[in-house]
Design a binder for this molecule. Sequence first.
Ligand SMILES: Cc1cc2nc3c(=O)[nH]c(=O)nc-3n(C[C@H](O)[C@H](O)[C@H](O)COP(=O)(O)O)c2cc1C
Ligand SMILES: [Fe+2]
Ligand SMILES: [Fe+2]
Length: 403
Amino acid sequence: MKPIEIKPQIFWIGVNDQTTDLFEGLWPVRKEGVSYNSYLIADEKKAAIDLIKPIKTEEYLIGLESIVAVKEIDYIVLNHLEPDHAGLLMTFSELAPKAKFICSAKAAEMIPGFLKVKKRERFQVVKDGEVIELGEKSLQFFSTPFLHWPETMMTYERTSKILFSCDAFGGFGAIHGRIFDDEVDSLEFYEKEALRYYVNIVANYSQRVISAIEKLSGLPIEIIAPSHGLIWREKPQRIIELYHKWASFAQGPVEKGVTIIYGSMYGFTASLMDAVARGVARTGIKYCLFDGARTNASYILPSLWTMNGVIVGAPTYEGRLFPPITAILEMARHKRIFGRKAAYFGTYGWSGGALKDLKRLAEEMKWEVTHTLEVQGMPDSSDLERAENWGQEFASFLIQADN
Ligand SMILES: Cc1cc2nc3c(=O)[nH]c(=O)nc-3n(C[C@H](O)[C@H](O)[C@H](O)COP(=O)(O)O)c2cc1C
Ligand SMILES: [Fe+2]
Ligand SMILES: [Fe+2]
C-alpha cells in the first residue's frame, strides 16, 4: 500500500492481510482481516520501526522505496521478534546492508537462534530509556518485557510524541484506507476486535500490561501507533484505558453478565438452552450466547474474560462433557479466566457424566458452580418450565452477588 504520512517525515508503511485464515495458526481473522503496521522515519537518518509478516513483500518494498531507498536505511527497530514483525529480518539484512538492528539485549540473544540472522556486528542493543538521534527526530526505547514475549520493547518518537507500541494496544481488523481512529466508520468494530485480540494474544500477561501502562504514564503521548490495527491519534488515551480495564479483569472484579455456552447433538440440550436463555433474559442482565461446537473459542473468550457469570449447557458424550465444550473451557483455563460464577445444565441418556467433568474443570479454574440442572433425554414441558425458572434464578443470583 502507498505510505500514509502520520506526521511530517513519519509514515505508516504497513500492509493489510485479508487472506490468512488463522492468526498465530489459531485465531480466525479471515473475515475481519489484520494489518501489519510498519513505520518509516525519513529524517537525516532513516529508521524503519518493525517490519511486516513475510507476505506482500514486494508491495511493502514498493511503498517503502517511494520514500527512501531500502539500501539507505540506517536503523531497523525490532520491538519484537515474532515473525509477523521480524520475519523479514534475514531479507532486510541483505537489502539494507548498512542498517543496524536496534533491539533489546534479550532480542539480541534470541535473534541468531530464532531468526537465524548471525551478523552480530549489525545488532545494536538499546537499554531501557536510551535515545538514538535521527536528526530532527529522536527515538527513545522502553523495555516492556512479556508484552507478550520476553524481548519486547516500545519505541517513542520524542518530537511528535508517538508511541510505537508494537503488539500492545493492537487489535484485529484490517485497516483499508482509513488507518486512524478518527477516520473509521465503526470504532465499535475496532474496539471489539481489539478486545478479541487482547484476550487471545495478550491477556496472559495482564500484569505486565498494567506495569507498562504505569511505567509510561509520565510520557506525553499524542499518538499510539501499534503494529496491528488502528492508529490512535484523536483519542490515544482511549486504547490505553481499554487495555488497562481489560488487564484489570485478570484480577477481577469483572462486569456483571452471563456467557452462555452450549452444545447439543440431537437438540435436546439446545431445547433446554432456549428455556434457560428465556429465564436469563427475564432478569434484564446482559448475556452473550454461543454454540460452542460452531464458534471458535477466539470469539467466546472475550465474553468469558469480561463477565462474571457462565452457564455451560452440554450433553454427556461417552461418559464425559461434550468435547467441543471441554475444548473451549480448556482454552479459558489456558487464558487464566479464573474465579467465575458458573451454572451447568444438560441432558444425558442413561448415567450421565458431563457434570462431573465440568466440575473438575471448574475447580481448576476456581469457578464456583452454584446451580445445576440435568434432564434425562428429551426435555418435556415441565422440564422446560423448570429450565426457564432455573435460568432466571441463576441470573438473579449473579445480579445480587459481588463480582
Ligand atoms: C456418541 C454419544 C455418546 C453418548 N454417551 C453417553 C454417555 O456416556 N452417558 C450418557 O448418559 N448418555 C450418553 N449419550 C446420550 C446423550 O447424552 C443424550 O442422548 C442427550 O440427551 C443428548 O442431548 P443432545 O441432543 O443435546 O446432544 C451419548 C450420546 C451419543 C450420541
Ligand atoms: Fe507478537
Ligand atoms: Fe504481532
